[in-house]
Design a protein around this ligand. Structure first.
Ligand code: KG4
Ligand code: ZN
Length: 355
């Protein structure tokens, strides 16, 4: 058994907000003792996207196994665990409910404190695992399947959103365009791979600006421009070069994410910038940020790709900082599919009257 100090805080984290059933044991917020992910991707590929009902059923089937495996790999038992952290939103309600119910049951049965975690706070906190020396404040760009946010991380669990998407999230645009050019699900990694063989300047796609807020994003116009381009090629009987379309679309997304982010970092006077979320695992995006940050004297933080896409270790990191702040949820904790990223994640708990 792993030797633990009495003062060590061990978090058992559970994440089931979408199509990954995940559990992890994280020590003192930064050290990952285990990170187990059962991915349902192959199952949903059949349908071209995540089917919520199937996701929930699969979570129920797998959750106990995944948790047992996380404890086994960490060489600990429930008796060693200081708190159970669980994603309670945002996400698919049925999927979230599986994790939340499981966490409540374990918490009740074993008498372990329960801490609800915001999924996006988890994504941002993946950076704390990758960079043990990283502390707030810094600017973070979060781009996932459901969110595209520019956030000032003021302190642990304290966020100021300075930019958000007005329509589609970046990952959603990747998924929709991948479907349109016949790549199927999951779109992001497929476009990432195919783009390496394409010319990013082959097709000129728009880079949208939002007049009211220079840090906001809009990706639905870009998605429509790709669809229009595909239609016009079809009508003219021209063959489509999938790799060129993928690379040109990807470049358009990356240009906007990079431009807005670097502008915000400089304008708000920070010298540290992090990325998070599934889209942050994109190889060209990482290279573009690397280059821009180096050129502007900004220190760039980027979790390894496996910590960018959904996992429970990131929930363990975020949960640890909530736990040491004294956040505890009661058994009335519920799944909140549209949970907002508030300025202070622990304040949300107090507002809702959770004990
Ligand atoms: O953070 P995440 O795993 O789940 C959500 O919280 O949504 O993000 C999933 C999204 C999907 O839209 C997926 O297509 C996108 O991240 N994604 C990528 C890459 N890997 C995943 N997008 C671009 N390039 C990638 N390599
Ligand atoms: Zn996510």
């Amino acid at each position: 058994m792993e030797q633990q100090n009495k003062e060590d805080v061990l978090i058992l984290a559970i994440e089931t907000s979408c199509d990954e059933t995940a559990a992890s044991v994280v020590k003192n917020g930064r050290e990952v003792l285990s990170n187990v992910i059962y991915t349902q991707i192959a199952l949903h590929t059949l349908y071209g996207g995540v089917v919520p009902e199937i996701a929930s059923r699969k979570h129920i089937e797998k959750i106990n196994q995944v948790i047992e495996e996380a404890l086994r790999q960490a060489e600990v038992t429930l008796g060693d665990i200081s708190a159970i952290a669980v994603t309670y939103g945002p996400g698919l309600v049925g999927a979230l409910l599986v994790g939340v119910s499981e966490a409540k049951a374990l918490s009740f049965a074993a008498g372990i404190p329960l801490v609800g975690v915001h999924h996006i706070s988890g994504h941002i906190s993946a950076n704390y695992i990758e960079y043990p020396e990283l502390e707030p404040p810094f600017v973070c760009m979060v781009a996932s399947g459901g969110h595209s946010h520019l956030v000032v991380v003021k302190d642990y669990g304290e966020y100021e959103i300075i930019g958000r998407t007005r329509d589609d999230a970046a990952g959603e645009a990747f998924d929709k365009v991948a479907r349109a050019i016949g790549l199927g699900y999951p779109g992001g990694p497929k476009i990432d791979r195919l783009s390496r063989e394409g010319n990013p300047d082959a097709v000129s796609f728009p880079r949208a600006r939002v007049a009211e807020n220079q840090y906001d994003f809009s990706f639905s116009g870009l998605k429509s421009a790709v669809l229009n381009y595909l239609n016009s090629c079809q009508m003219k009987g021209e063959e489509i070069n999938q790799a060129d379309v993928a690379a040109s679309f990807q470049k358009a997304v990356i240009d906007v994410l990079v431009e807005h982010s670097i502008h915000a970092v400089k304008e708000f006077g920070y010298d540290r910038f992090a990325i998070a979320g599934g889209v942050a695992s994109n190889s060209s995006l990482r290279a573009a940020f690397e280059e821009q940050c180096a050129g502007q004297g900004i220190r760039f933080f980027h979790p390894s790709p496996a910590l960018c896409t959904d996992n429970a270790a990131m929930i363990g990191a975020a949960g640890y900082y909530e736990y040491i702040k004294g956040v505890r949820h009661g058994y009335d904790l519920n799944a909140v599919p549209n949970l907002k990223l508030s300025e202070n994640t622990s304040a949300t708990v107090a507002d809702k009257g959770f004990s």
